[in-house]
Unconditional design. Sequence first.
Length: 90
Amino acid sequence: MTLGDGGVSFFEQMRIKPGPLYVLNVYPAGVGPSKFVESLQGDQSVTFINSAHDYPQLIHYQREGDTLKAHIALEDGSNRRDFSYQACSD
């Protein structure tokens, strides 16, 4: 959720659907889904790809202790943007 003057200016929902390969369904501003399919999974990480999407094409999550790190990029890794998340409470 992005807050602007007077309230919410953007929101996005994401849902992970389990299966042989996990599918990340992304709903920007409630519209969608844009489907990203698991391409790589580690003990503490997962990468999702949608080559047909304009941007991002790659969504990566990595757990580091109590922090969730993420980045989005084009499939070749260019135009990367990094995020870091902390739990609000225990």
